[in-house]
Design a protein around this ligand. Sequence first.
Ligand code: HSE
Length: 436
Amino acid sequence: MSDPIRVGLVGLGTVGQGVLRVLRNNVDEIERRVGRRLVVTHVATKDLALNSEPLDGITVSDDALASVRDAEVDVFVEVMGGYTIAKQVMLAAIARGKPVVTANKALLAEHGNDIFGAAAAAGVAVGFEAAVAGGIPIIKAVREGLSGNRIDSVAGIINGTCNYILTQMTMKGQGFAEALADAQKLGYAEADPTFDIEGVDSAHKLALLASIAFGMPLAFKSVYCEGISKIGAQDIQAAQALGYRIKLLGLTRRDESGVSMRVHPTLVPDDQLIARVDGVVNAVVAHGNAVGTVGFFGRGAGGDPTASAIVADLVDVARNLGADARHQVPVLGFRTDALQPLPLLPIAEVHSSHFLRLSVADEAGVLKAITSVLAESEISIEGILQKEPREHEDASVALITSVVQESRFETALQRLLALPFVRDGVSHIRVEHFRD
Ligand code: HSE
């Protein structure tokens, strides 16, 4: 029998323990696929107390950087998170000619151009399936399965924590804080959950998706980003009454003027599939000029689903060990020398429909004034709902506009906010309709 492939695991949190578990539980099945066993031989962690997986026969150390010098390891898995040390670990492994698999979307979004550049120069593989949408094999699907297409959009629910929170608020009337605490207990949230709820985690993932879809260098800083922390029960109810659900979406599109990348809460018509993707589940929809629309859904966070993606990368790496680097799939799916920095569109130039909820005084002429401002701005109203005042609550008007360029909508919004009867407490959420 061939020698096992020795895996060094750097980090032993929820995901690291998941990798140990999945490799142990599925070792025979994986061997049938690869022809060799995948065995963890070294674990580096500073926090052994949190581990509940057996570590018999495994070298355990507490120095991530030193662990990369272990000559008895063939491939490294970086699941420690963070930036500085994790980047050093990855670059050190690459410099030693060892492939690296990572779930670290934050590191790749911010420093991926350096890391992928070093990997390409050294002819070393870097796997990052687990960095986007947890267990959904979306990197492989877009980078390899859709490689016959010119891809023009990728969009989806790519943060399990936010989808869990919004689902709990919609279905169970749970408060934001309670739902977030549950998501943290279940191991879905980032170490710093503001990355989840303020949309930063989705923005990291979207930057990776845009690069593999369009063949451009990573441009995380150009992703427009808004989170869900300002979404309240009244928004969820008004959206439902108008026939929509609120989801945190990441959306990237390419047209003749350039590429837009944006993360924000979004109203989706409630009869579209993506509106019905609930809980920690993620969903990604891509559109290519040959295939049309394709969709993927599955668990986007948690130890075992994320480990599923990491182990799939390990299987790919294991199959290619020793092979000529020219036969590897390029890390972003396009030849490194063919990556193109495309024009990146600011949010002001993006076209979409808008949901607007205004708290207003209960006076005659309110609706007429609102509709006049929108009409003068050549913005058509597609749906409207008026709610009478309740005890301790103003009256409110919620409406959906036609598709309009964001800058034009923003000018109209400023005029609406200046109307004397409009109170504080405006909600503005973009709306998306997905094509089949
Ligand atoms: N915090 C992330 C999420 C984990 O909730 O989706 C997976 O990237």
